[in-house]
Design a protein around this ligand. Structure first.
Ligand SMILES: Nc1ncnc2c1ncn2[C@@H]1O[C@H](COP(=O)(O)OP(=O)(O)OP(=O)(O)O)[C@@H](O)[C@H]1O
Ligand SMILES: [Mg+2]
Length: 482
């Protein structure tokens, strides 16, 4: 084992300081040999270079004096633990001795203590432990039973990572429904072009066209999708107003109810066309607006006699994309509310397989302040979904703006770079076991490195996300040709 330094000063039960003879990086794994328990895994949480050069002398420093500066490299380490004979991870109950040797940890010890398992039946391979050749696999049962959040600033790599996760879920034939506000995930059908890092990660290009189906309320904008429709009969007048784009309930709800009542009395199997016809005879500004907006709803073909059936919407072992690109925000919320409610109700009755419901831009659908039409059902799924095998995956660039009930119910967090102080605070408050050093590191994570907490692991770990097997759909738009 390669020695890197010695323990000094006051030694605690969970952490210690060390003087470093060799530079190591923050986050590196270390080993101390405990007299009773043998090799104990530790992690470098912080680093400091101390010197005897004070402010006064620094100003007058000559190049020839530089060699005379006394400096030392100090580190603060956190004890991760050792595995006891029963296989449990424990922390020694007596502090290490000052002066004890500290070594770079070897991979078998890291894998053993962290619990990194390879090729398990329930493992989703998302990447490699940072700076090591050890695969990180997340436990799919935990993901679906105990919810997931994916958090990063914009452009931090959330959609890329989610793509990796969905590839793995599809490989394991896990049923998924993905709320896709930007229409990014259709590219899961297409194999990625090869890139250099695939060999290190052992990823082969592969498309999932056979396991992807796509629906959209607006197929003229999203021609790759099949039309998503809802049954007119199960749409109440308030919901109909949302589809019509009318927010003034006071002005429009009563007259709309009247039109529906008149039409339904004459023909219980009425269509939107019947409503348009009935509205056309009305007089005055309100009637004209209702007529015009009902014509618009008729054109969207969103409300039909039957609506997209559950059997069409959820197919075992496949991913259904709900492409909401170009759809008005309030209609998006209503679509999410209706789909999430249908999934939850039918999951309770075991009419559909256990599934993973992904909500991209989740701060819009379950906001901390104000409400969205779908807030309540998403909060219900976050708190009760696990009992019924309905896993929620909330993806957001604003951890501070997403509902705290939803965020705190996510037991697996995949965190990429976050710099906004409010978002960092929200993350630190919702995750157990996050050290100040880790919170600090989240601010400077390079693209493609995630902090993983939960997912079957007892301690947070840094993971280099593996390349995609499919093409990434969220590429930034080029403003000027490169
Ligand atoms: N693990 C990775 N390896 C290589 N490139 C990556 C990785 N993660 C992200 N990228 C690149 O970074 C860019 C931004 O990633 P992505 O679209 O996933 O960000 P995002 O967090 O979803 O952003 P937004 O909030 O705007 O939706 C992409 O162009 C992608 O190619
Ligand atoms: Mg994205």
């Amino acid at each position: 084992m390669e020695e890197v330094g010695r323990i000094f000063g006051d030694v605690g039960l969970g952490q210690f300081q060390l003087s470093l003879a060799h530079p190591v990086e923050r986050g590196d794994y270390l080993t101390v040999i405990d007299e009773v328990h043998g090799k104990v895994l530790c992690q470098l949480d912080d680093l400091k270079r101390k010197s005897d050069l004070d402010l006064e002398h620094a100003g007058a420093l000559q190049p020839t004096d530089e060699g005379a500066i006394h400096e030392s490299l100090l580190g603060a380490a956190r004890i991760v633990g050792y595995r006891d004979p029963q296989g449990l991870v424990k922390i020694p109950s007596i502090p290490f001795r000052p002066g004890a040797h500290v070594y770079l940890a070897e991979e078998p010890l890291i894998a053993d203590v962290l619990g990194l398992k390879h090729h398990t039946n329930s493992g989703a391979y998302v990447g490699m432990l940072r700076n090591h050749n050890l695969k990180v696999e997340l436990d799919i049962n935990q993901l679906v039973q105990r919810h997931v959040s994916v958090l990063a600033k914009t452009g931090g790599g959330k959609s890329y990572l989610l793509g990796v996760l969905i590839e793995e879920l599809l490989r394991h034939k896990v049923t998924c429904v993905i709320i896709d506000p930007h229409g990014e995930y259709g590219s899961l059908r297409v194999p990625a072009e090869k890139n250099g890092s695939n060999a290190r990660f052992g990823v082969e290009s592969q498309g999932f066209a056979r396991q992807i189906q796509e629906y959209s309320p607006d197929v003229s904008l999203n021609p790759s999708a099949k039309p998503l429709t809802f049954s007119l009969r199960s749409t109440d007048p308030r919901e109909l107003l949302v589809f019509m784009g009318l927010t003034n309930l006071k002005a429009y709800l009563a007259p709309l109810k009247q039109i529906i009542e008149n039409v339904a009395t004459a023909n219980p199997d009425f269509t939107v066309q019947d409503l348009v016809r009935a509205a056309s005879v009305g007089e005055g500004a309100v009637a004209e607006t209702l007529h015009e907006r009902l014509e618009y709803v008729e054109q969207t073909k969103l409300l039909g006699p039957k609506g997209t059936s559950l059997a069409e919407l959820v197919k075992a072992g496949e991913a259904t994309l709900i492409n909401l690109r170009g759809v008005a925000p309030d209609v998006q919320e209503l679509v999410v509310a209706r789909i999430a409610t249908t999934l939850f109700e039918n999951r309770k009755k075991n009419k559909i397989p256990p599934l993973f419901l992904v909500i991209e831009e989740a701060h819009n659908f379950a906001p901390q302040q104000g409400t969205a039409t779908c807030s309540r059902i998403l909060k219900n799924i976050a708190s009760e979904g696990r009992k019924f095998g309905l896993g929620l995956c909330a993806v957001t660039q604003r951890a501070a703006r997403i509902d705290k009930t939803v965020l705190s119910q996510c037991n697996t967090q995949l965190i990429l770079q976050v710099t906004n102080p409010l978002d960092l605070k929200a993350i630190a408050q919702s995750i157990e076991g996050l050290t100040p050093g880790m919170t600090d590191m989240i601010q400077s994570l390079p693209v493609g490195v995630a902090l993983v907490t939960g997912g079957g692991y007892h301690t947070p770990l840094f993971c280099e996300i593996r390349p995609r097997a499919t093409r990434h759909g969220g590429e930034s738009v080029q403003i000027v040709p490169a």
